[in-house]
Write a protein that binds this ligand. Structure first.
Ligand SMILES: [Zn+2]
Length: 445
């Protein structure tokens, strides 16, 4: 098993010579110095942080754990203060990405990047992708990429640096068209969103792709369902890696190594913490909490202790690949997307993904929960791979009942499953909008 290429990249970024091995001690020292520098820079240059960090002296941070006494930056701060986050003049900004998430459409959050900031992302894509592609390969990018500075565009630039050709296909709107491009262009590797790549492998024309054609896949999302990974590995006999990153992180965050057991992060560019989402206190390794990060090298819009809303943990065991870098376990979903059932149990899209995507012939689905007078009502609509591959609704209902939170809510009389329906319209494939459980308005009198 190859060690993650990120280790050598990070060692180089920390200023170590080629022969010197990276140690966690050296890395933490670099992060400490960068955290102090970032806080001083942001407090001096950004109107938001000038106010937000008043009274907080970065020189008081003697160890990285001292950072815990500094205030968080929230998604609401970003939505409300927008331009006030900027540390450079607007003319220095090369790319603005507006983040629109379900429920947040009314208050768009914007992330600003200078050309130097974008270069950091390209450099990460270059070294991160070295995990799963080889020189001479062709990568089909199933992400937006028509605009300069978009994720697809940056990925193409990063891949070119190791003699790999990136071809931007864009978001999958027609799986048959993506399949044709894979065959015609002789694609070796795919980069895409889990549900969209599943729509390709489960499409009836997927058999036109020669066996062994696809050698590796990178799934990029805040949550990668195990059932999707297994299906891709089974049908295409390829290796499936996951990437975790958000726009605020600079599009890239961390990528799996050959051990496929969690992400190694961009530790020279980002410092990560895991906190208890209720108390805000740091969580020990091995305990799930909210992912929080501080940018270490960002110039246009540095972020300090930014709360992502994503749930994950750092693993306590060293990675089998042999790196000294920490490993972040697969992200378990987003806090604000968890729905509280009347039993008190939380239910998230990851619970449903793992179960429903393991049924053959299902490409996507939507789930809604509407509160009623005596119980909640759950509606599930399935988008099948093909009309002839429609599953019996009994199989879907049986699968849903195996999800512990749903099973116990039904047996307690708190939840009613409405008849499962099928649709010919793949509603959730209209963009990179993240999938979530729809919460219908309160219907109780
Ligand atoms: Zn590893």
């Amino acid at each position: 098993m190859r060690k993650t290429p990120l280790e050598q990249w990070i060692a180089m970024k920390t200023g170590l010579k080629g022969t010197e091995a990276l140690t966690m001690d050296a890395l933490r020292q670099l992060q400490l110095a960068s955290v102090r520098k970032t806080i001083a820079y942001a407090a001096r240059q950004s109107l938001f942080y000038r106010d937000h960090l008043r009274g907080y002296d970065p020189e008081r941070i003697k160890t990285l754990s001292d950072l815990a006494s500094f205030p968080f930056t929230t998604q609401h701060d970003l939505a409300e203060s927008g331009l006030q986050f900027l540390c450079v003049s607007q003319s220095d900004i090369e790319r603005v990405i507006t983040l629109l998430f379900p429920g947040f459409e009314d208050i768009p959050r914007r992330a600003f990047f200078t050309p130097e900031d974008l270069e950091l992302t390209v450099d990460f894509f270059h070294h991160g992708m070295a995990t799963l592609v080889k020189p001479g390969w062709k990568v089909l990018i199933l992400l937006p990429g028509d605009r300069p500075g978009s994720v697809g565009d940056l990925l193409v630039t990063g891949l070119r640096r190791m003699d790999v050709q990136g071809i931007v296909h864009g978001i999958v709107q027609d799986p048959a068209a993506a399949i044709r491009e894979i065959v015609e262009q002789e694609i070796d590797c795919l980069v895409g969103i889990p549900a969209q790549v599943l729509s390709i492998v489960r499409h009836e024309q997927a058999e036109t792709i020669p066996s062994g054609r696809i050698k590796s896949i990178l799934l990029s999302a805040d949550y990668v369902p195990g059932a999707v990974v297994e299906e891709l590995e089974r049908l295409w006999e390829c290796v499936v890696f996951s990437h975790y990153g958000t726009t605020e992180m600079g599009l890239g965050g961390g990528v799996e190594c050959e051990a496929l057991s969690g992400y190694h992060m961009r530790e020279a560019d980002l410092f990560f913490e895991i906190i208890d989402p209720d108390t805000g206190r740091p969580q020990p390794d091995g305990t799930i909490g909210e992912v929080v990060f501080t940018t270490l090298t960002r110039r246009g819009m540095p972020l300090i202790r930014y709360r992502t809303g994503d749930l994950a943990a750092f693993l306590t065991d060293p990675c089998p690949c042999g790196t000294v870098l920490p490993t972040m376990d697969k992200v378990r979903g987003r806090i604000r997307d968890m729905v509280r059932l009347r039993t008190g149990d939380w239910l998230g899209i990851p619970d449903l993904d793992d179960t429903l995507f393991s049924l053959p012939g299902i490409v996507n689905f939507t789930v809604s929960i509407a509160p009623g007078r005596d119980r909640d009502h759950m509606t599930v609509e399935i988008y099948p791979a093909a009309a002839r591959k429609r599953h019996g609704t009994e199989a879907v209902v049986a699968a849903l009942q195996t999800i512990p939170q749903i099973g116990s809510a039904i047996s307690d009389g708190c939840l009613q499953l409405e008849p499962v329906s099928f649709t010919d319209e793949n509603k959730v494939m209209t963009g990179t909008i993240k999938r979530t459980i729809n919460r219908k308005p309160e219907q109780r009198p």
